[in-house]
Design a protein. Structure first.
Ligand code: GUN
Length: 290
């Protein structure tokens, strides 16, 4: 079994981007700039957004974090989105999800200028992705495709089973891997919470992408010998042996499944860092497209 070491791949991408930024600065050009809007204090969102901002600083991108209170009105948030749409110094921005219940997420996503939508959530970018046109691709599936590619995982002709149909991961993942492209050219099956006899599909997977959001959902008897396993899940569970009092686990029962598969991405250190890489790559692309 080989680990799909997302952390190492992320470091390599970070290094490449740092070199690009240095070369831009040497030419007297400004660096790419990513902005992030964070509404309220939803725990994991704060951690994720801070990591994104820190990544920018580390590679020399400009970054701004706009923090709004949890009770901000939809109008005030739309105004902020518009400001960023019109700010020539900002190449791309994200609105961290989930948003408080009183705000309609679709209204916010649709207000983002698709050319600055480095999350790839705007319907224009989703539509272009489905059509195979150049577009921003959501950071997690983008990062996974990069991870497969940079670890020389052959995808052509393989049966890929995606567990989960979220707009952020499962659905775009299924589209990207079925595209006529490399990586791509997979036969894709998308299964979800309403699929009957889900294991009968996962057992057929050459490449299994677990993005169902349930801790240790994928067990060894659901996996074919020699499969490539990508674990998108991230869950905190209590662990009194750790200083923090918890540890992170994925959607895959790593200890069981790793004995059976050819490759597996660990949690933490797999898809998480690759998601961060996807966002940085998208921001560079937004800058370059200007
Ligand atoms: N919440 C969880 N993942 C994401 C992401 O990739 N982008 C945004 N904006 N919010 C998220």
């Amino acid at each position: 079994m080989e680990l799909l070491n997302g952390k190492e791949t992320f470091f390599a991408i970070r290094e490449e981007l740092t070199e690009k930024v240095n070369s831009l600065k040497q030419q007297g050009r400004r660096a790419p700039h990513l902005a992030a809007i964070l509404v309220g204090g939803f725990g994991p969102s704060i951690t994720y957004v801070n990591a994104k901002v820190k990544d920018c600083e580390r590679i020399g991108f400009g970054s701004s974090l706009i923090e709004l209170p949890a009770d901000v009105t939809e109008e005030a948030l739309l105004e902020k989105v518009n400001e960023l749409n019109n700010n020539p110094e900002v190449d791309g921005f994200i609105v961290q999800l989930p948003l408080p219940k009183h705000i309609n997420e679709n209204n916010i996503i649709e207000a983002i200028n698709p050319k600055k939508d480095v999350d790839g959530f705007h319907p224009v970018n989703v539509g272009k992705m489905v059509l195979g046109l150049p577009s921003f691709v959501p950071a997690t599936p983008y990062g996974i495709v990069e991870m497969l590619d940079r670890n020389n995982i052959e995808t052509e002709g393989k049966h890929c089973v995606v567990i989960g149909r979220s707009n952020i991961v499962g659905t775009p993942m299924s589209i990207l891997l079925s595209r006529k492209a490399n990586p791509g050219n997979c036969t894709v099956t998308l299964v979800h919470s309403r699929t009957k006899d889900l294991a009968s599909y996962t057992k057929q997977a050459d490449i299994l992408i677990a993005a169902i959001g349930k801790a240790h959902f994928v067990k060894a008897d659901m996996v074919k010998d020699g499969a490539v396993i990508v674990d998108v899940g991230i869950h905190r569970i209590e662990d009194t042996t750790k200083k923090s009092g918890y540890r992170l686990i994925g959607d895959v029962d790593f200890d069981e499944v790793s004995k059976k598969c050819s490759h597996i991405s660990p949690v933490p250190g797999g898809v998480g860092p690759m998601t961060r890489a996807g966002l940085l790559l998208n921001t560079m692309r937004a800058y370059e497209a200007k």
